[in-house]
Design a protein around this ligand. Sequence first.
Ligand code: ZN
Length: 133
Amino acid sequence: MITKISHIGIAVKNLDDAIEMYKKLGLEIESIEEVDSQKVKIAFILIGDVRIELLAPTSDNSPIAKYIEKKGEGIQHLAFAVDDLPAELIKAEGNGLRLIDKVPRKGAHKADIAFLHPKSTKGVLVELCKENH
Ligand code: ZN
């Protein structure tokens, strides 16, 4: 089952600029890491028990670079925390939702993640996330 909102993914052109902006709101960076498979550099901001995930491309052919090119900077995905990711994927697909990832993959923060296709989720790129921290 979905247990809470895990994080909100925000696409940014430049991670340092974005971090500066969030600092102006008085927020602190929890951690920064690079996910090579997705060609992104990610900064997490923890607010209560929900995170903001700032995603900046590290290459022009990063999926985030392509997203920004098409839609500009802004909210890119919504991640729900789940207790059992494989079971939730079977349930979602069984209920007619389209999966981008049929098999969970590793995301930032050692989480197991899978995306649902926004065409089947009312325009929102939904990530299901089994947090492992
Ligand atoms: Zn995410």
